[in-house]
Design a protein around this ligand. Sequence first.
Ligand SMILES: Cc1cc2nc3c(=O)[nH]c(=O)nc-3n(C[C@H](O)[C@H](O)[C@H](O)COP(=O)(O)O)c2cc1C
Length: 353
Amino acid sequence: MFDTFLTRKLKIKYPIFQAPMAGGPTTPELVAAVSNAGGLGNLGAGYLTPEQIRNTIHKIRELTDRPFGVNLFVLDQPEESEENTIENMSKHLSFYRHELGIPQPPLPQKYAESFEEQVQAVLEERVSVFSFTFGIPSPDVIQSMKERGTLVIGTATTVDEAIQLEASGADAIVAQGSEAGGHRGTFLKSAPNSMIGLMALVPQMVDHVSVPVIASGGIMDGRGLAASLALGASAVQMGTAFLACTESGAHPAYKEKVLSASEDATEVTRAYSGKAARGIQTKFMSDMLLYPGEIPAYPIQHAMTKDIRQASAKANNPEYMSLWAGQGLRLAKDQSAASIINETIDQARKAYH
Ligand SMILES: Cc1cc2nc3c(=O)[nH]c(=O)nc-3n(C[C@H](O)[C@H](O)[C@H](O)COP(=O)(O)O)c2cc1C
């Protein structure tokens, strides 16, 4: 039952992908542990410099000789925001800086790493899988990855996005359900108009594209894996399930929240980054609901809140940190990545009998 097009293509034992999680959780240890246990580890490299991408890939390779993936955010140009939108937000954020005892920094000179340079680093390293979210890279990028033997995987939150990804040459598609933790990969319609539950999304996507579909969002154990395979998925991609595991680089206060929160604890917010993302509710998120102005677009807001999120983490105060997580929270466990994979497989086998 675990033999799918993707397990054969990637030469992995189990159709379990650990979700790329940019911002720290997907350490080289986590990626390698998942791949060594028979799944596919994925590095969330969206916020890394090209140099950091190369170094992290080298570290992963010291820990495993199994296939793994690298994931980037598709960003051609940072979206523009009005100058006064940025200035007003900067003034608003000074309240949090005051509370955390940190100085007001100058406005960021650059809002995100160069996607082209990040791609170059991934190309040179010839990894097994390149995945992406937030859009579709240029045909050159997709073609160059394929020429190097890299499997290309895009992210879709609707069937129309999946159809566009397939037409652009993607080899497989992550179906990101509305339950999913982290940023929404939506790129065609607005995020609120693209919140489709995974149970509805997977079979419709499977019917409309001919490439394999990877189910993602709220899958925490073998029941979710068995259900996804029954819906026609060729693999699952699990994020929140690995957030609190031993090898995850998530901050201890974040892990504690993940282990103690329930299914109704998350909300989709633009407060931290300017792009819709699902995370455990915090004071920062509820405060921002009352902000009368406009939130700058992604990645401007992300860059503008960076020092606040970092100072909050340093102070062990989760209320101003982004605690991205999906709706499967009650099923999160603090154990090794290998035991999560093994238990998921055992449970899926039982669920099928
Ligand atoms: C902390 C966190 C960070 C994430 N970062 C990324 C990322 O860098 N790239 C990406 O494609 N998806 C990212 N995601 C989304 C995952 O790929 C996936 O869709 C999601 O984790 C599935 O839902 P689940 O968390 O309920 O398993 C992130 C998710 C979380 C929870």
